[in-house]
Design a protein around this ligand. Structure first.
Ligand code: ZN
Length: 182
């Protein structure tokens, strides 16, 4: 179990474009350890996902997992654990959907962000096997949020309306559930 410190907004690594994992690194102990650290850190922080730059590793690697009843997003539908190396994302339906997003690197805040509602993701696993999936609704937003981290983007760069940006306590009091369509 290796829970790593999470970099916060203002750390320059969060603003870098992360490097792709090289062919020779697939299946390596180094990549396995990076994935394990990401997984432990995400679960320790009750995150729905985490990208390697958030623990100071500027590589194109992210993990995602939405357990049912996550305390930070109690209304989010469950989504299975996955490891996404060198992911590429393609918009399948550009219709915008909006959710209140949070980020482990921007603790204590929530903001409403609009993103395309349906995407295709092509990615490698830690052994280098190629996979493809489609996601729509909330998971599509989570994928876009996590992969933005690999390009140095944070959700605060995409706020639909700066008036829909709140501390978590105030969000809970005044803006209802942890996610909100429309
Ligand atoms: Zn984030």
């Amino acid at each position: 179990m290796s829970v790593r410190p999470i970099l916060r907004l203002g750390h320059p690594v969060l603003r870098e474009r992360a490097q792709p994992v090289a062919e020779a690194a697939f299946g390596s102990a180094w990549l396995g350890q990076l994935v394990e650290d990401l997984t432990d850190t995400m679960r320790d922080a009750d995150g729905l996902g985490i990208a390697a730059p958030q623990i100071g590793e500027s590589w194109r690697v992210a993990v995602l997992e939405v357990p049912a009843g996550n305390p930070r997003y109690p209304d989010a539908p469950a989504y299975p654990f996955g490891v996404y190396v060198n992911p590429e994302i393609e918009v399948l339906d550009p219709t915008l959907q909006s959710y209140w997003e949070g980020c482990l690197s921007v603790p204590g805040l929530r903001g409403r962000v609009e993103r395309p509602r349906r995407v295709r993701v092509r990615y490698r696993d830690a052994d280098g096997n190629r996979h493809e999936l489609e996601a729509e609704g909330f998971p599509a937003t989570v994928f876009q949020h996590e992969f933005d981290h690999l390009d140095g983007m944070l959700y605060v760069d995409r706020l639909a309306d700066t008036r829909a940006f709140a501390f978590l306590d105030e969000f809970s009091r005044f803006h209802g559930p942890a996610r909100q369509d429309g």
